[in-house]
Write a protein that binds this ligand. Structure first.
Ligand SMILES: Cc1cc2nc3c(=O)[nH]c(=O)nc-3n(C[C@H](O)[C@H](O)[C@H](O)COP(=O)(O)OP(=O)(O)OC[C@H]3O[C@@H](n4cnc5c(N)ncnc54)[C@H](O)[C@@H]3O)c2cc1C
Length: 448
């Protein structure tokens, strides 16, 4: 275990572009910042899936304990409110050809992802989230080419071998759903959940508000060990606590942990203006659907309606950014790529503009494992979600809460038995290798 007596946090998050999912929601109550020096039984750093799930599990296991959550930004402005909202139960290895990874470990991955999703479902029920926020409708892998269709068929066969249900939809069924003739087929798997990410994160934070202290716009800038406690400093206050859950995903490295073991990747999305009735009619299809690409490097598309209006969201492109920042110039370039991907799929909507374009930080490890466990005395990591933070972040947050409450569980054991994230090659080799590999895989994904 690493011994870290003092650390000055090297970087706080900077998010490229607006948090569109949050911007289309109704008014958000003003933030409460940490502006005093307090003590707590537990402090959680980061209010994404991992941090808020950790706080919820702590409140279940330690009723009456004082739990403080510190978030650098506003709730739902960070990656947890910027993603595409696919809470996926099945294996989801972004570096694979069809998500299924090496196949050896798939049943265990499914069990763990479902534990995370069930925990989220418990929160959705308790806090009365509606279908727009948390929809257990399953998900569809959409194929836009013969190659994609073959990937869908292969993935479906792989799932059958695992005893997992799936249904292959033909081109007509995909057109009836999406309104576009772009897709050759779709593979529906029933156990995924589709969330409005910002609405889910806000509802989770609101639901927890009676039992935790949540401080927004309160980045932790240093961690110092005192006799038996940790002192967390923010620009205007501090918290002294014996137990800290670090739920900052890739920013664990900014705190000095997992150095050169975390890969900082950004992915990007755009959201249209609100569709008019004429545009909705021209499009056809169902008012709400969500498809991931048959090739993991392809384009994710969602159509939403209800709060925030009828809109379409496309997500595509990845970049490797060891600096943990993506430039505005790159985002501008991405906006053009998204526009083209949108028009390829929806030529009947050529007069629809894009209101938002944004990016967000993913954290991957070379060996596709989480950064989990007690990493210093009293500091517990729930980080590195390998691109599936909705399910895996929830899982690692609840497991970190169990571990630091002294509760043994199958989930804690499973995460503790994972290997540590392996060391990355030195720069510039990691940068060159990662970018070359991303560009090659995106090129190979072609029409997908
Ligand atoms: C466009 C896009 C699409 C995606 N689509 C999907 C998807 O469909 N499904 C899926 O599962 N995943 C998806 N992801 C990935 C997903 O968003 C992340 O894996 C997930 O948010 C990670 O959850 P987390 O709680 O571990 O970390 P985060 O959500 O990153 O939360 C960590 C929080 O820590 C805070 N923080 C960092 N440093 C400090 C500090 N010093 N002090 C205080 N707070 C700090 C940050 O502000 C942040 O809010 C997508 C990501 C993007 C960008």
């Amino acid at each position: 275990m690493k011994r870290l007596t003092n650390c000055r946090v090297r970087r706080v998050p900077k998010f490229p572009g607006p948090a569109a999912w949050n911007a289309i929601l109704p008014w958000q109550a003003p933030p409460r910042q940490l502006e005093e020096n307090i003590t707590a039984d537990f402090a959680v750093i980061g209010a994404g899936f991992a941090g808020l799930s950790a706080a919820r599990r702590l409140s279940q296991l330690n009723p009456g304990a004082r739990t403080a959550v510190l978030e650098a930004a506003r709730i739902a402005e960070g990656p947890a409110g910027r993603n595409s909202g696919f809470m996926i139960d099945l294996p989801h290895d972004l570096s694979s050809d069809n998500y299924s990874g090496n196949g050896k470990d798939d049943r265990r991955q499914i069990r763990l992802n479902r534990t995370g999703i069930d925990f989220a479902r418990g929160a959705a029920e308790e806090y009365r989230m509606d279908r727009e926020t948390f929809d257990p409708c399953g998900k569809i892998n959409a194929a836009a080419s013969e190659a994609g269709h073959r990937q869908n068929v292969a993935f479906g066969q792989h799932l059958t071998k695992l005893g997992e249900p799936s249904e292959l939809l033909d081109a007509d069924a995909m057109k009836a759903l999406t309104g576009t003739g772009f897709y050759h087929s779709g593979l529906h798997t029933p156990h995924a959940v589709i969330i409005q990410p910002a609405a889910y994160i806000r509802a989770l934070a609101d639901g927890l508000s009676p039992v935790i202290q949540l401080y927004e716009n309160s980045p932790v800038t240093s961690l110092q060990r005192t006799a038996n406690t940790w002192m967390l400093k923010t620009p205007h206050g501090s918290i002294e606590t014996p137990k800290v859950i670090l739920a900052v995903n890739g920013h664990a490295e900014s705190f000095g942990f997992f150095k050169r073991r975390l890969m900082h990747v950004f992915t990007y999305a755009s959201m249209t203006d609100v569709l008019t009735q004429r545009q909705i009619t021209a499009l056809g299809g169902e008012p709400r659907w969500a498809v991931t690409p048959a090739d993991p490097m392809g384009v994710t598309v969602r159509r939403i309606n209800g709060t925030g209006g009828d809109r379409i969201i496309v997500r595509s492109r990845f970049s490797y950014n060891p600096s943990m920042q993506a430039s505005d110039a790159y985002l501008k370039n991405i906006a053009g790529v998204h526009r083209k991907k949108f028009l390829d799929r929806f030529p009947m909507l050529s007069d629809v503009g894009m209101e938002f374009c944004w990016g967000g930080h993913l954290c991957l490890s070379w060996n596709n494992v989480p950064a989990f466990g007690e990493i210093d005395e009293g500091i517990y990591a729930a980080c590195c979600q390998n691109g599936l933070g909705t399910a895996k972040g929830t899982l690692s947050g609840l497991a970190a809460a169990e571990l630091c409450s002294g509760v043994s569980s199958e989930t804690v054991t499973a995460l503790q038995n994972e290997a540590q994230p392996s060391r990355l090659p030195p720069e510039p080799f990691a940068w060159l290798g990662a970018n070359a590999s991303l560009r090659w895989k995106e090129w190979r994904a072609g029409r997908e």
